[in-house]
Design a binder for this molecule. Structure first.
Ligand code: DGY
Length: 320
């Protein structure tokens, strides 16, 4: 947690900060939460019903993230505990990373860097050397057209890409027109896109929704990008699709297990780009996230509405 945020919290409350192993071991978390009124957590902390119910005095949980699939929101709501999160402030940073990954895949940036590092760059400007693909005129398929999906669509239209999307809720025709985006079924999205970018939340409904059946529908020359949550993709199926060259490549910022184990094939495949869950990792964004995280907590503990409260709605709950 940023220094300014810790100082602000300490000015108001007795604060206990876990500074040991990350994530904090469950037993330890359960023992330390017993006398706490509020909890600040991160996407890697599993705040399940055992933890929530151990917090006898707990009134507020504030997560330093837009995703809240790590919190049992139902259990919290049953106890009247307010759960808050940090959407909006990380939209741009995450959309920027998604476009960076699309660009890296299309223009083979990582591969280029690798050949230079290995001293394998021999031909200068060969007409057929290191050819990538134009973004211009290609179809970007956005799975999940929430704030981040829309920000990706806006960026991609700057590159003159065509936009298809699939989402739980279809946008209004006005919004579709503004974004120049066409709503299609999930199947059609995977069949027609040159690159798919995932921006759906992780829920029981999206758990491993991207599986071999869906991957088989993709064009051989197409790519998959994921900056949302790793468990939306069946990783084993993706590895099969990549190894068998059923798709051209993937760029992933999130994984089934994080940090990813070095023995995972995704760390070795040439047609894969991986980054360590850095969607929101910019100086400006993380600072804003810290500001919102403490504001949310302070407001909730003061009996007021936090800036961003997680709404209890069926289908969006469940622990990863
Ligand atoms: C979030 O906020 O949920 C992101 O995944 C963290 O970068």
């Amino acid at each position: 947690m940023h220094g300014f945020a810790v100082r602000e919290l300490k000015r108001r409350y007795d604060v206990e900060i876990h500074a040991g192993k990350i994530p904090m071991p469950k037993k330890l978390l359960i023992s330390r939460i017993r006398d706490k009124d509020g909890l600040i957590c991160y996407p890697y902390d599993k705040i399940d019903s055992d933890v929530i119910n151990a917090g006898n005095k707990l009134k507020a949980i504030s997560t330093f993230s837009v995703g809240y699939n790590h919190i049992d929101v139902n259990a919290a709501s049953e106890r009247g505990i307010v759960v808050s999160y940090t959407p909006e402030v990380l939209t741009r940073a995450t959309a920027d990373l998604s476009m960076a990954l699309v660009l890296s895949l299309f223009r083979r940036i990582n591969e280029g860097y690798e050949i230079i590092r290995k001293n394998e760059w021999k031909t200068i400007f060969g007409p057929y050397e290191f050819l990538g693909t134009d973004l211009y005129g290609k179809t970007l398929g956005i799975f999940g057209m929430g704030r981040i999906g829309k920000a990706v669509a806006r960026r991609a239209s700057g590159f003159e890409m065509k936009i298809l999307y699939h989402s739980r809720k279809r946008l209004s025709s006005l919004e579709e027109k503004k974004l120049d985006a066409r709503y299609v079924s999930l199947d059609e999205l995977f069949r027609r896109s040159d690159v798919i970018s995932i921006h759906a939340p992780y829920t029981p409904k999206t758990h491993e929704i991207v599986n071999l059946k869906l991957l088989k529908k993709m064009k051989k020359a197409s790519f998959l990008v994921n900056t949302s949550r790793g468990k939306i993709i069946n990783e084993k199926d993706l590895i099969v699709a990549l190894k068998k060259k059923m798709i051209a490549g993937a760029a992933l910022d999130v994984f089934q297990d994080e940090p990813i184990d070095i023995s995972n094939s995704l760390t070795k495949l040439k047609n894969v780009i991986i980054t360590p869950h850095i969607g929101s990792a910019t100086v400006e964004t993380r600072r804003e996230m810290a500001e919102i995280t403490i504001k949310n907590l302070i407001l909730s503990l003061g009996g007021k509405r936090p800036v961003y409260q997680v709404k209890v709605e069926s289908g969006r709950l469940g622990l990863s």
